[in-house]
Design a binder for this molecule. Structure first.
Ligand SMILES: *Cc1c(COP(=O)(O)O)cnc(C)c1O
Length: 219
């Protein structure tokens, strides 16, 4: 689907929810997409992208940043602690802060660099054993712990369980954000971003609806 159509659907969903135009940021998720598809979207003027793998982002984005001023890339995939330093140099935001050991690593690096990407705490709203994220009942304590380390927590993020109505998960995440005074809500993907916007999403992460189906992940 053309980028313009996705932006139009976002604008309509904002209006339908009584939200200000431009209150939702579209993160175009470019992981494992062919370069020509990503470049087409850059040529159209879009500047905010999402990636899942540190290695892949390091290979692709420095050249595009040089060619397309104003690019921002957000890390939306699981982050290994041993890649934290590299991730902080590559990304304007990290949406997958999900454990104390990673928070400590980021805090140490932030001290050393004097800068830190915006951070979103990932919440496992469906309490799925295989999925990353802090459990909903421990989210408040974890957010407090991150703030005590002076980490710039901008919001919360979730990936609802496959095959379930995402709305209750979006509502739960919005509640966690609100009670912790966090404005950022990273939720909604290709199949459900309009529902997420109705529940207050500030960052929707849309991949296949913009770029087409992905090839199997490289690893
Ligand atoms: C891949 C991915 C997306 C984009 O998914 P689509 O269904 O292609 O829109 C969004 N969020 C996360 C965390 C992802 O890993």
């Amino acid at each position: 689907m053309p980028l313009a159509d996705i932006l139009d659907r976002i604008a309509r969903a904002e209006a339908a929810a009584g939200r200000a135009p431009g209150s939702v940021h579209l993160i175009a998720v470019s992981k494992v997409q062919p370069n020509d598809r990503v470049e087409a979207v850059l040529e159209e003027g879009h500047r905010l992208f999402g990636e899942n793998y540190v290695q892949e982002a390091a290979a692709k984005w420095p050249a595009w940043r040089a060619r397309f001023p104003g690019v921002a890339v957000h890390m939306i995939g699981p982050l290994q602690s041993n890649k934290a330093k590299q991730a902080m140099e590559l990304f304007e935001a990290i949406h997958t802060l999900d454990r104390p050991s990673l928070a400590k690593k980021l805090a140490t690096q932030a001290q050393a660099r004097g800068a830190c990407p915006a951070l979103f705490v990932q919440v496992n709203t469906g309490a799925e054993p295989q999925k990353a994220g802090v459990l909903p009942e421990t989210a408040d304590a974890f957010i407090a712990e991150c703030r005590a380390m002076d980490l710039p927590v901008a919001g919360v993020m979730c990936i609802p369980p496959d095959g379930e109505d995402p709305a209750p998960h979006f509502a739960m995440l919005a509640g966690i954000g609100a009670r912790n005074g966090l404005a950022g809500l990273s939720m909604g993907m290709s199949a459900d971003f309009e529902t997420a916007i109705a529940h207050g999403a500030t960052h929707v992460r849309v991949g296949s609806a913009i770029f087409g189906a992905r090839a199997a992940k490289a690893g």
